[in-house]
Ligand binder design. Structure first.
Ligand code: GDP
Length: 529
């Protein structure tokens, strides 16, 4: 198959949702359609169970699973689909944000009863800011939930989306009769007897046909006719360009558990979802069809077994072909590297591959050369943008608890930060080290891993910081900036890239500081134009 054909047939996406909305179940059903797995239950949830936050075994189990489900690939109707796993647990939100830099589109799963939940809101906001094309799947229609129109309103308001229903439910919960597929103009009946089977589809070219009354009963048929008329009147029609530009979001209804409405979603997805897209680097826009290979690291996974302390760096291929045993330039280190056993991912396994294409993810064995955001090329100096750090939510001093093991501790911290487990800040005033994380769980992961992988011990000490803000000024010599450095010295630190960071102890002090120094900009992420 030609290079261009390989690119055009790839769809690389992520599924985002609040925990429990049905992401794992939907993933599994998609894999079943692709024939990639034979039975339900094959996809392991990477969820951390409630109340298990201090259980190290749980953390380890979770990590084990997360490498297995990091990338799930399968073929469907000649299309190569790569699903990138996005942890739903809020403590791992940073992982998810980074993974979103490697997807070309997303599917958002929403629970019909719970509506828009907190994590969905945060993740959708990130996608919206980057104009990532999104399809919404409203799940659990077999249960009593919110009225479809109310829910669509809620999605528009809370998520700031412009929805276009491409399917519509006929009833709900106990009265759920099926789904009218607006996209294909047919009906799928959800019948009591074969709820677990893949549904049969009935073509309905005209909703006014009496056939509909026979299928779902007169009352439900009339309601559907009214509702579809309303949908027609209220919502814009589907426009592929608008979807691809993030200006409108198609919506499907279904029940992942019952494998209902999933095929419709998948068929539409492979039809409209974008093939690998161009990506901005600091230097220029890079197109997938360029013949020179380039890609970037969006995730690093460490092996927790101390005897095999290798890591797997996940590279998204942006352009060209990635070939095994070919020297590529590690741009940050300015070093040529060859990879003898790049892994490609399939539904349940990974395998060594000779060649991979834009849109694909390869896993490279790494002994510490990579960090998140690194770029590989055939020689060109490119630095891919878009793997920013966000301000952590929690901050603690990290102290060495075993003076004999200082070297191990610093090496461990260094490597864990490269993996993106947390962020390190070094205080200007006294050189003390502060670890910033999205969730409290990471502190336990770090402590555990430092001990088991590096033989080092640490303790933490609380530190009252509200947000870390990356500081920007146009004039480092201005009196204003000099005064800021002097007055706020206690609150200043450097991140791992040696960028200046202001550790604000409250929202109020951040506002006051901003007022007092109007020519300094405080950013909530490490990357800014
Ligand atoms: P995740 O946290 O988003 O990955 O959610 P899961 O896929 O693990 O689903 C959470 C729970 O919801 C599980 O108990 C599923 O069996 C259940 N579930 C998923 N889809 C449906 C559905 O369509 N209907 C019903 N009734 N339950 C569902």
């Amino acid at each position: 198959m030609s290079f261009l054909k390989e690119i055009n047939r790839r769809r690389t996406f992520g599924i985002i949702s609040h925990p429990d909305a049905g992401k794992t179940t939907l993933t599994e059903k998609l894999l079943l359609f692709g024939g990639a797995i034979q039975e339900a239950g094959a996809v392991k949830s990477n969820k951390i169970k409630k109340g298990a936050t201090s259980d190290f075994m749980e953390i380890e189990r979770q990590r084990g699973i997360s490498v297995a489900t990091s990338v799930l690939a399968f073929e469907y109707n000649g299309i190569k689909i790569n699903i990138l796993d996005t942890p739903g647990h809020k403590d791992f939100a940073e992982d998810t944000f980074r993974t979103l830099t490697a997807v070309d589109s997303v599917i958002v799963v929403i629970d019909v009863a719970k509506g828009v939940e907190e994590q969905t809101e945060k993740l959708v906001e990130v996608c919206r800011m980057r104009n990532i094309p999104m399809i919404v799947f409203i799940n659990k229609m077999d249960r009593e939930g919110k009225d479809a129109f109310d829910l669509l309103d809620e999605i528009e308001q809370k998520l700031g989306l412009k929805v276009v229903p491409l399917s519509f439910p006929i009833g709900m919960g106990y009265d759920f009769k099926g789904i009218y597929n607006i996209w294909e103009k047919n009906i799928n009946l959800f019948s009591g007897d074969n709820r677990k089977d893949i549904e049969e589809t009935i073509e309905i070219s005209d909703l006014s046909s009496p056939e509909l009354n026979k299928l779902v009963g007169e009352k439900a048929a009339n309601t559907l006719r009214e509702e579809i008329e309303l949908v027609d009147g209220i919502y814009p029609h589907f426009n592929k360009e608008d979807y691809l530009n993030g200006k409108q979001q198609p919506v499907f209804f279904g029940s992942a558990l019952n494998n209902f409405g999933v095929r419709e979603l998948l068929d539409c997805f492979v039809d409209i979802a974008p093939k690998p897209r161009s990506k901005n680097s600091e230097e220029r826009l890079v197109k997938p069809e360029e013949d020179q290979f380039s890609g970037f690291v969006f995730k690093i996974h460490a092996n927790m077994d101390p005897n095999h302390r290798n890591r797997l760096a996940f590279i998204k291929i942006v352009s060209g072909e990635f070939k095994r045993n070919t020297p590529y330039l590690h741009v940050r280190l300015n070093k040529k590297m060859k990879f003898s056993s790049p892994n490609a991912f399939f539904a349940e396994k990974k395998e060594i591959v000779d060649i991979s294409y834009p849109g694909d993810i390869v896993g490279l064995q790494d002994t510490g050369s990579f960090k998140i955001g690194d770029t590989l090329t055939e020689g060109e100096i490119l630095n891919y943008k878009g793997v920013p750090s966000f301000s952590p939510e929690h901050f603690r001093y990290i102290n060495n608890a075993d003076p004999m093991k200082a070297k191990q501790l610093y090496k461990g911290i260094d490597q864990l930060m490269d993996e993106g487990v947390a962020q390190l800040f070094t205080l200007d005033l006294n050189g003390r080290k502060v670890i910033g994380t999205v969730g409290a769980l990471q502190y336990e992961v770090i402590q555990y891993r430092l001990e088991h992988e590096y033989g080092a011990k640490c303790t933490y000490e609380n530190l009252n910081v509200h947000k870390a803000c990356w500081v920007e000024t146009n004039d480092k010599k201005s009196t204003e900036f000099k005064e800021f450095l002097r007055v706020k010295q206690r609150f200043l630190a450097k991140d791992k890239q040696n960028q200046l960071v202001f550790l604000a102890d409250s929202m109020f002090s951040l506002q006051m500081t901003q007022q007092k120094y109007p020519n300094i900009t405080f950013h909530m992420t490490s990357e800014f134009e």
